[in-house]
Design a protein around this ligand. Sequence first.
Ligand SMILES: Cc1cc2nc3c(=O)[nH]c(=O)nc-3n(C[C@H](O)[C@H](O)[C@H](O)COP(=O)(O)OP(=O)(O)OC[C@H]3O[C@@H](n4cnc5c(N)ncnc54)[C@H](O)[C@@H]3O)c2cc1C
Length: 551
Amino acid sequence: MLEGMNAIKTRNDLLAELRTETFDVLIIGAGITGAGIAWDAALRGLKTAIIDKNDFGYGTSSGSSKLVHAGIRYLAYGEFRLVRNASRERQLLFQLCPHQTRPLPFLIPIFKKGKNTFLKMFFATTMYDILAGFKNYQNKKFISREKTIELIPNIRKEGLKRGVIYWDGFMDDARVTLETILSAKDAGAITANYVEAISFLQTDEDKKKDRVSGAIVRDNLSDETFDIKAKVVINATGPWTDQTIRLLNQPSRILRTTKGIHVITKRVIEEDIVLVITADDERGMFIIPFREEYSLIGTTDTDYKENFDHVDVTEEDINYVVSAVNNDMPGMLSKKDIISAYSGIRPLIISPNAKSETDTSRNFDIFETRTNLFTITGGKYTLFRYMAEKMIDRVLAFLGLDKKDYPCQTKKHKLHGAKGINDMDEYLKKHVPKIIEEFKLDKDSAEHIVHTYGSNHDKILEIIKQKPTFAKRIAKGRPYITGEIQYIVENELAYTLNDFMFRRTQLQLLDHQGLDCAEQIAQIMAKYLEWDKTEIKQQFSDYKKNLVWKP
Ligand SMILES: Cc1cc2nc3c(=O)[nH]c(=O)nc-3n(C[C@H](O)[C@H](O)[C@H](O)COP(=O)(O)OP(=O)(O)OC[C@H]3O[C@@H](n4cnc5c(N)ncnc54)[C@H](O)[C@@H]3O)c2cc1C
């Protein structure tokens, strides 16, 4: 078979099925919400299809703070149920996707005149442990001023009284979405990126009966349009929720959309701990350890109604973040320290009583837009499995199927790439030394491929075995190797350079925003995707255009 046939054939096969089959359920939008629903539906035996107008995880699901968290701050709004559910889901996700998630301690410093008083923090962190059924990685612990300074030597000393440590977790949001999509695919779902719903399929009879019979879609890589037929359609389009409903030619305003940005810098805190800092307007923000040598800092929360397809990071956003860091770590950060930045849009359900963006509830809801067209929106990334379970329970009820005969399977099924991994540290210990010895990879690259691809890392080793030059690093100072390009194109439904740089890897977030290696990567992808020289140039130019922050 020619190089490239795999990737192109896979797409053609998926599109052929979309054109010809009638699905039990068609999901529009392949962020984490849609991906979770597709996974749940396929595991319960429903004939499932999921489409995204862009790539899997293209929207908010690659623009989050990357925290697997129950949301300690929601306690202040009395959202106890949300926190309890999210605690349970967080612990479950650590088990279901151990290669892409990890528990992490969070430190809240307590200052003499700060809003985080000892009493408030005592109540919040104690409730956090209680609502998690004391299953947090460790229970909360107050530490002395001296210990706080030992952990964060550059912290503001003035007024510092003590600190409190509680536990949540971290993930690669784009890759967890991808692993969920690939899990849905493994379970039999048809998973297609670059397929956009441009209208709903509705005959006159459908209109009379207040239903739809599928969607009219466009293949955004070829511009062809076709119909997808389905018994139930789910709108899981995140920030685009209202726009999708408007395809029915009706007004819609379910969401309040707010923008959040993050920046990446070289490590500002050596310790493997998240520091909770306070911005000028008293909002909490995080300095998160990111990979070995970076910090991820965010986020902001401002109303946003403009173009959801390109959300620029502005000077004002950057100033807000820099100022917040310098409040609690004086003189620590300046604009020139910023390596990269990214943005995301929160799909928040309008709460009539919310006074500010930050007040708006993080709960989710399911709306019956038509009798067989459901809209699911809001929520948190961490809640995705639970949201999907509720959604598919509703679908089964609509289809007249008893959920006892179609029980939810997602609590027991590890995600793609997690097969056989129970303890990630043990898994690394078992595989990394062997890879270093047999394949002569350096430790960083060996750990990187095991962490990123989990139990599928052996497929990359197989590629290197056949092509030893593919063991070479793609870019100086970053652990990615050439073999990953072939693996990703052939196995992870990546069809553009943007897919590779923004979501399959984190190269866009690291040094030079990946601009030093992107063109060379496009040249290698070209072999598998049949790109000519003009297309390679176009891909590189699209990549540059998609960067939302220009230093
Ligand atoms: C700044 C920020 C930080 C956050 N941090 C966290 C966190 O740390 N932890 C946490 O748990 N949650 C966090 N969240 C919330 C979480 O990220 C979101 O709740 C979640 O990602 C929403 O996923 P979604 O699938 O609903 O939306 P999206 O990920 O936006 O997915 C919607 C998809 O629909 C597609 N689409 C739109 N229109 C169409 C169409 N017509 N046809 C086909 N496809 C279409 C889009 O391309 C997109 O891929 C954060 C959110 C933000 C903004």
